[in-house]
Design a protein around this ligand. Structure first.
Ligand code: IMP
Length: 444
C-alpha cells in the first residue's frame, strides 16, 4: 500500500483497516519523517516508525532494512504503546536498517538553513543525512549498536569528521563521541529483543502463505528517483521500493493499492500546480485538519490532480485506489479536478519528466458539481449523494484505475469498502475504459 500523492494521504487509517487481513505488516523505507495518526475507540495514536498494525496483537510488525531508525524516537513509541496497554513483543526490526544519529539531525537542520531560499522544507529529522551516509558507506546499522568495540571505533572516527562540519562549516558546538557511544549502546540493548534478519523472516512468512502488507511511507511524488526532485525525501516510497527495502523479490507481491486524498496536499517546498491560495484552500485545510503529524506545519492544499494520479497508477502499477477524506469536500458548491497540464502552449495528460516543465505547467481543470450535504454517515455507495458518486466515478475513469475503498472520516467505521482490495478479484493492470468501475461484487 503506497501513497499516490505527496504523502499524508491517510495511509495510516487504510493500513489499519487492511491490517485486519494481514498476518505481517512491513515498513520498508523512510524514518521518523513519517507520521500516522490512527483513531481507535476514540483514542488517538501518533506513530512515526512503528507500523499501525501494532494495534492488532496477532499481527507481526516489521521495520525493514530500507528504513532509517532513530532509536530514541522508536523507544519512545514503544513506551507510549506500553503505557496504553499495547504490547510490542510482535515488533521486529531489521538488523541492516540504518540508524539516525544526533549529528544527522543537526546537519539536516543546519543544511536547510544554509540552503536559504533553495531549502527543501525537510522535516528536520535527519533523514537525508542518514541516507547520505548509507550511500557514502559510513552509516551506522542497527546491528552495530550491539557491537561495543566496533561502534566505539566507528563513531570515534565518524564523529570527529562530523564535528569538523558542525564546527567549521556551521559554527555549531561539537559532539562528544564517548557520550553518544554510551547512549547508543544502551539503545541497542533495549532494542536487542526486537532485532531480526527481516528478509529471512519475510521469506519464511511467504513460504507459509501468510498475508503480508507492505506499508509505504510518504508518497509517490516524494520518491527520490520518481518524485519532484529535488523536493523529495531520500528514500523510495514507490511500490518497487518495497522489494529493495524489505529484501523480497518482485514475484512475491500480489497487488498494489494506492491511497489518495479526494483533493491534494503537500508539506514543504516545491512546485504544486493545483495549490489554492484562496478561501477554498483554507477551507480544505480547516475541514481536513491539514497539519503535519510530525512537524505540525500547515499543509498546502489544492484541487485533486489527476495527472499526478495517472502517474502514480503507472509508476506503482496500481491495482486499485483508496480515496480518503471525501467528506472534506461536503460543503463545496462545485469541485475542480486537474485533468491535464498546459506546458509551453501544449496540453498533456502525462506528468512531465522535466523539473523545469513541472514548475511552469498550468492546470487544465474540469468542474464538477458539489453535493453540499454531509457524507460522514454514508456506509455504502448507494448512501452517497449522486454528485459525490459521480465525482468518484470521474476520478476512476480519468486515472483508469478502480476505486476499492472510500474513506469519510477518521474512524474505522467511516469507510465504504467498494471491493475488498486483498481478496476481491484482481483487476487488469490496464484499466478497460469500457467497463464500469462499480460493478465489482459486494464484499461479504
Ligand atoms: P525529509 O524526508 O525530512 O528529508 O523531507 C523531504 C521532503 O519530504 C519535505 O518536503 C517534507 O515535508 C516531505 N516529507 C517527508 N516526510 C513526509 C510525510 O510523511 N508526509 C508528507 N511530507 C513528507
Amino acid at each position: 500500500m503506497i501513497g499516490a500523492q505527496w504523502g499524508d494521504e491517510g495511509k495510516g487509517k487504510i493500513t489499519d483497516l487492511l491490517s485486519k487481513s494481514a498476518d505481517v505488516v512491513v515498513r520498508y523505507q523512510g524514518g521518523v519523517n513519517a507520521g500516522h495518526t490512527v483513531v481507535v475507540n476514540g483514542q488517538t495514536f501518533k506513530l512515526h516508525l512503528i507500523p499501525s498494525g501494532i494495534l492488532y496483537p496477532d499481527t507481526e510488525c516489521i521495520i525493514g532494512s530500507g528504513t532509517v531508525i532513530d532509536p530514541q524516537v522508536l523507544l519512545e513509541e514503544i513506551d507510549q504503546l506500553t503505557a496504553l496497554g499495547i504490547p510490542s513483543n510482535h515488533l521486529f526490526i531489521s538488523q541492516t536498517a540504518h540508524v539516525t544519529m544526533p549529528y544527522h539531525r543537526l546537519l539536516d537542520q543546519a543544511e536547510e538553513e544554509f540552503r536559504g531560499h533553495h531549502r527543501i522544507g525537510t522535516t528536520g529529522r535527519g533523514i537525508g543525512p542518514t541516507y547520505a551516509d548509507k550511500s557514502e558507506r559510513t552509516g551506522v546499522r542497527v546491528q552495530d549498536l550491539m557491537d561495543p568495540a566496533g561502534l566505539a571505533e566507528q563513531l570515534t572516527w565518524t564523529i570527529t569528521q562530523k564535528n569538523l562540519l558542525l564546527e567549521k562549516l556551521y559554527s555549531l558546538p561539537p559532539l562528544d563521541p564517548a557520550t553518544i557511544i554510551d547512549q547508543y549502546l544502551a539503545y541497542g540493548e533495549r532494542l536487542r529483543p526486537h532485532v531480526v534478519d527481516s528478509s529471512l523472516m519475510l521469506y519464511e512468512a511467504v513460504q507459509k502463505r501468510r498475508n503480508i502488507l507492505f506499508e509505504g511511507a510518504q508518497g509517490t511524488l516524494l520518491d527520490l528517483d520518481h518524485g519532484t526532485y529535488p523536493y523529495v525525501t531520500s528514500s523510495n516510497p514507490v511500490a518497487g521500493g518495497a522489494c529493495v527495502g524489505a529484501g523480497i523479490g518482485p514475484t512475491m507481491i500480489d497487488r498494489v493499492i494506492g491511497v489518495a486524498k479526494a483533493y491534494t496536499t503537500r508539506v514543504g517546498e516545491g512546485p504544486f500546480p493545483t495549490e489554492l491560495h484562496d478561501p477554498i484552500g483554507q477551507l480544505l485545510c480547516d475541514r481536513g485538519a491539514e497539519f503535519g503529524t510530525t512537524t505540525g506545519r500547515q499543509r498546502r492544499c489544492g484541487w485533486f490532480d489527476a495527472v499526478i494520479g495517472r502517474y502514480a497508477v503507472r509508476i506503482n502499477g496500481l491495482d486499485c485506489l483508496a480515496i480518503t477524506k471525501l467528506d472534506v469536500l461536503d460543503t463545496l458548491p462545485e469541485i475542480k479536478v486537474c485533468v491535464a497540464y498546459r506546458i509551453d502552449g501544449r496540453v498533456t495528460q502525462h506528468f512531465p519528466n522535466s523539473a523545469r516543465q513541472f514548475a511552469h505547467c498550468t492546470p487544465v481543470y474540469e468542474t464538477l458539481p458539489g453535493w453540499q450535504q454531509p457524507t460522514t454517515d454514508c456506509r455504502t455507495l448507494e448512501d452517497l449523494p449522486r454528485p459525490a458518486l459521480s465525482y468518484l466515478k470521474f476520478l476512476a475513469e480519468i486515472m483508469e484505475v478502480p476505486i476499492a475503498i472510500v474513506s469519510l472520516g477518521a474512524s474505522r467505521d467511516q469507510t465504504i469498502i467498494v471491493e475488498d482490495p486483498i481478496h476481491g478479484p484482481k483487476r487488469a493492470l490496464l484499466y478497460d475504459q469500457g467497463t464500469d468501475p462499480w460493478v465489482a461484487p459486494p464484499v461479504t
